[in-house]
Design a protein around this ligand. Structure first.
Ligand code: C5P
Length: 227
């Protein structure tokens, strides 16, 4: 059967990463987390002291770094200029900074090019905010994953607690709403549902159920594309 390009977009806490990883595993595809690339640029900007309010400096930085996403076992490792920063990019500070750098068109350009190169052959599940609208507008299957803000914040809080970060639901919910607002209202590639995306609301579904729904849809599309 033909190997598809599957685009999964959605807001923070919609379960994109876990679901995309599982869909890729079930189909024998490659999982590509585009958000990790924006996080990597943000991490570098914070470390190098590049001001987050300087689009010119951020653009220069994004054009100068090399970001590699390497699947190892069930984990996707993120390398920036050869340095493994997989765990460092998951902090609250980097999350916040990522949504700021991602609003800069000049930062997005080189990253989108790299994402297109990485997915061109098909057999990929790529997740992000603009995969079905900008990166692969002709993706074989587009999913818009969503859940209520409260459920998304609770998932995010659980993740932070597992990493030993101190937080609370009210703080995380405020953060989720702020990142939603920045992602949806920015001029460059805002988070919007592609007109031809299938909306999957997983407020009341766990990641495994969500992944299986998407795999069924993918199998249907692959079959239709093969006849
Ligand atoms: O998906 P994740 O939360 O890891 O993404 C981090 C940030 O990167 C998001 O808040 C969003 O601003 C940005 N992003 C984006 N476009 C993508 C993926 C992520 O703007 N395709």
């Amino acid at each position: 059967m033909r190997k598809l390009i599957i685009a999964i977009d959605g807001p923070v806490g919609s379960g994109k990463s876990t679901v995309a990883r599982r869909v890729a595993e079930l189909l024998g595809y490659t999982h590509l987390d585009s958000g990790a690339m924006y996080r990597a640029v943000a991490w570098k900007a914070l470390r190098a002291g590049v001001p987050l309010d300087s689009p010119v400096d951020l653009e220069r930085l994004a054009g100068a770094v090399r970001i590699d996403l390497q699947p190892r076992g069930s984990k996707l490792h993120v390398l920036l200029d050869g340095e493994d920063i997989t765990d460092q990019i998951r902090t609250t500070d980097v999350s916040r900074a990522a949504s700021v750098v991602a609003a800069v068109a000049g930062v997005r350009r080189p990253l989108v090019e790299e994402q297109r190169r990485a997915g061109a052959q098909g057999g990929v599940v790529m997740e992000g905010r603009d995969i079905g609208t900008v990166v692969f507008p002709h993706a074989d299957l587009k999913i818009y994953l969503d859940a209520s803000p409260e459920v998304r914040a609770a998932r995010r809080l659980k993740e932070l607690e597992e990493k030993g970060e101190d937080s609370n639901l009210a703080k995380v919910l405020a953060d989720v709403r702020e990142r939603d607002r920045r992602d949806r209202e920015r001029e460059a590639s805002p988070l919007v549902r592609a007109g031809d995306a299938v909306v999957v609301d997983n407020t009341a579904m766990d990641a495994e159920e969500t992944a299986r729904v998407i795999v069924l849809l993918a199998q249907e599309r692959a079959k239709a594309a093969s006849v």
